[in-house]
Design a protein around this ligand. Structure first.
Ligand code: FEO
Length: 398
């Protein structure tokens, strides 16, 4: 796509990846964009971030529509992950910048990725902002968001925050701004991004949001590295991030399960009925048809997670093993966690589900509810009552 002028002497020069469907385990059903920004000052021209390696040609073509690449003086690498640095070797070769700005950790990661000692890396810290003539750039570290080396850049003259992955969405669109697209889908994709990328570092996010408040003036535009640029509902997305970072949850439960011959699915259905009967919002997610990244998105604002599996080979079903690894990695701490499942001759594996969730600092609710073979009418009543008790615990907490 053509570059887009987003403010005086500032251009979006990113690329759209319409075909992306998997981002290290996160299903990106609507593709993504890799956003980069070109900022011209009276004295210096700066490129913020690059794109995935395979899009280097498109990216350079986009830059050339604004400026001859050789005229770029500085490159800023806000985040070293390969979707923003893959094209860096090719771009550096062409641009030959005076300086490549990154954090100290960023230097380590760039060297670890590209094994180059000849790049003109300049380490930034909070005190060395950059005057490029009529515009200044303030670097603000954002450690662990979501890598240790991450930072954001703020241009006070334009009230523009270039925020690396923060506030982003994996969504390829022909539109570039938040106010040009469906708001429900925009916030769904922003929530999915937070749940799958940032939820595990929510404490760091809280600290960062406070720092952002202290160290920037008014934010009028947020140039994210993925998806739509925020120019209208800045307060809306900041408010959502504060809520997600605080791990604010509501009267909602997610029942997620896999089943071998349908017994655990029957249990799930009865538990869902019990939860619904208590009047809370419920999402039923069979892992055979729901992707892990969509289930995590549902859990983002849920007060309880109820996890079920059948037993196979003395363990839980493989899709549930995958899901538990993914979920506990994203640390949905503080949420009520319950488990259930059916077994034939050994229920040991089911008992271990709670141990795993306790290890992720979830609040374990009662022992795992188990059924031997196929649930009877009485078993389903037990499941229904279990759901009701979980719902009562959720309501008591909110
Ligand atoms: Fe968009 Fe963490 O890379």
């Amino acid at each position: 796509m053509k570059p887009i002028k987003i403010a005086e002497n500032i251009w979006w020069v990113g690329v759209a990846d319409w075909e992306l469907r998997d981002f290290h385990g996160y299903e990106t059903e609507k593709g993504s964009t890799y956003n980069a920004y070109l900022v011209k000052g009276a004295d210096k021209t700066v490129l913020f971030d690059t794109v995935k390696a395979e899009y280097a040609d498109k990216f350079i073509h986009s830059i050339k529509q604004v400026i001859e690449p050789e005229k770029i003086d500085y490159i800023v690498s806000n985040h070293s992950e390969m979707d923003h640095t893959g094209a860096l070797p090719e771009v550096l070769e062409l641009v030959k910048p005076e300086k490549l700005f990154t954090t100290r950790k960023g230097e380590e990661v760039l060297k670890g990725h590209f094994h180059r000692d000849d790049w003109p890396i300049e380490i930034v810290d909070k005190d060395n902002g950059l005057d490029i003539g009529g515009k200044t750039i303030k670097f603000i570290a954002s450690p662990m968001l979501h890598w240790p080396e991450s930072m954001v850049s703020y241009i006070p003259e334009n009230g523009m925050l270039i925020s690396n992955d923060i506030f982003g969405q994996h969504w390829a669109t022909s539109e570039r701004y938040d106010d040009e697209v469906d708001q429900g889908e925009l916030y769904h994709q922003a929530a999915k991004y937070y749940a799958n990328i940032f939820n595990g570092v929510s404490n760091a996010m809280k600290r960062f949001l406070d720092k952002l408040n202290d160290e920037t003036g008014e934010i009028k535009i947020i140039g994210v590295d993925h998806g739509l640029i925020w120019r209208k509902d800045i307060e809306g997305i900041l408010k959502k991030y504060r809520q997600w970072a605080a791990q604010e949850t509501g009267n909602k439960a997610v029942v997620v399960f896999d089943t071998m011959w349908g017994s655990t699915a029957k249990m799930a259905g009865a538990i869902v009925s019990g939860l619904v009967d208590e009047g809370i919002e419920v999402k039923q997610c069979d892992l055979r048809v729901n992707h892990r990244s969509d289930v995590i998105t549902e859990i983002l604002e849920a007060g309880a997670v109820v996890v079920g599996s059948s037993v196979i080979n003395k363990g839980i079903l493989p899709k549930m093993g995958d899901f538990l690894t993914y979920m506990t990695g994203l640390i949905p701490r503080g949420r009520i966690a319950a488990s259930f499942g059916s077994y034939g001759w050994n229920d040991g594996a089911l008992k271990k589900i709670n141990e795993e969730m306790a290890g992720a600092k979830m609040e374990i609710f009662e022992d795992c509810l188990t059924v031997n073979w196929v649930p009877t009418h009485d078993d389903l009543t037990r499941c229904f009552d279990y759901g009701k008790r979980i719902a009562s615990a959720v309501k008591a907490k909110h």
